[in-house]
Design a protein around this ligand. Structure first.
Ligand SMILES: NCc1[nH]cc(CCC(=O)O)c1CC(=O)O
Length: 304
């Protein structure tokens, strides 16, 4: 049964990807009879383009302004790339919906080379992600990893200008923007384990807005939610930041969840620490327990 039609304002960043995601949710809610408009905002994370985000407070900078709009009542819901959402939401906020996951993998993008293996010795690869840095260093210790910030279009432009031989981006963002032809190959998960939540969208609301939680219920994809709950539990147990050199990726086969994680030290260049767990996961609590067990294993093996 459809919930009561509501007027819903979506708070969103104004990058092309963020707008695509907000419009996607807008269309799905409008198809269910709701009146939906967008409130575009520029966040601190969008303004700081000259420094690596992990040095200036992490990716939470992309969501804080949107949360303020929810608190003020200027907006009702915020649509996020779940990868950018801090593990602990502020008091009074909750994740009301996790939608079906797009491709969770990382993509290799390069004008001249088809695969990471084909890059010449010492080639410059662009990424500002600590996770991608440690995974790339493990695969190809010879590469020079250089910082690369900005929205997707900016990153692709910097590649095209010749500042890098290749860059690594989430396949999901490229696909959503119709840029899939830029993908030379996708890394399989054994090579380049994705970030917690990569490829999934989450919708945040003020706690107590049961009208919105009900309206969003038809957009929930429970298998994705179980997977990302496990992944985010690894991050949370490892300290909660979304800008750690940490990968966590879960797959679900029926009611059986398998989660793998990797951690690396970007300075020490020691081998990656890896851990994995499998088990029954029919509830978010079970999924989170598997993620916590993986984090414990990682720490026992030297991750910090
Ligand atoms: N940190 C930026 C960001 N946040 C979400 C995505 C991609 C889309 C997604 O993971 O849902 C990206 C771009 C990237 O990592 O290449």
């Amino acid at each position: 049964m459809n919930s009561k039609p509501l007027n819903i304002v979506i708070a969103t960043r104004e990058s092309r990807l963020a707008l695509w995601q907000a419009e996607h949710v807008q269309a799905l809610l409008a198809a269910r009879g709701h009146q939906v408009s967008l409130l575009g905002m520029t966040t601190l994370g969008d303004q700081i383009l000259d420094r690596t985000l992990s040095k200036v407070g992490g990716k939470g900078l992309f969501v804080k302004e949107l949360e303020t709009a929810l608190e003020d009542g200027r907006a009702d819901i915020a649509v996020h790339s779940l990868k950018d959402v801090p593990m602990e939401l502020p008091e009074g906020m909750l994740l009301a919906c996790v939608m079906e996951r797009e491709d969770a993998r990382d993509a290799f993008v390069s004008p001249r080379h088809a695969r990471l293996q084909d890059l010449p010795q010492g080639a410059v690869v662009g990424t500002s992600s600590l996770r991608r840095t440690v995974l790339l260093q493990a695969l190809r210790p010879d590469l020079r990893i250089e910082p690369l910030r900005g929205n997707l279009d900016t990153r692709l432009r910097k590649l095209d200008e010749g500042q890098y031989e290749a860059i690594v981006l989430a396949a999901a963002g490229l696909k959503r923007l119709g840029l899939q032809e830029r993908i030379r190959c996708e890394f399989d998960e054994a090579q380049m384990l994705p970030a917690a939540g990569q490829g999934a969208l989450g919708i945040e609301v003020r706690a107590g807005r049961s009208d919105l939680i009900e309206a969003l219920a038809p957009l929930v994809h429970q298998p994705t939610w179980l997977r990302v709950a496990a992944e985010r539990a690894v991050s949370r147990a490892m300290g909660g930041s979304c800008s750690m050199p940490l990968a966590a990726h879960a797959v679900l086969k029926g009611e059986h969840l398998h989660i793998a994680a990797a951690w690396g030290d970007p300075e020490a260049r020691t081998p990656l620490v890896r851990a994995s767990q499998s088990g029954l996961a029919t509830t978010l609590e079970q999924a989170e327990a598997l993620g916590q067990a993986v984090a414990t294993q990682l720490r026992e093996r030297g991750a910090h």
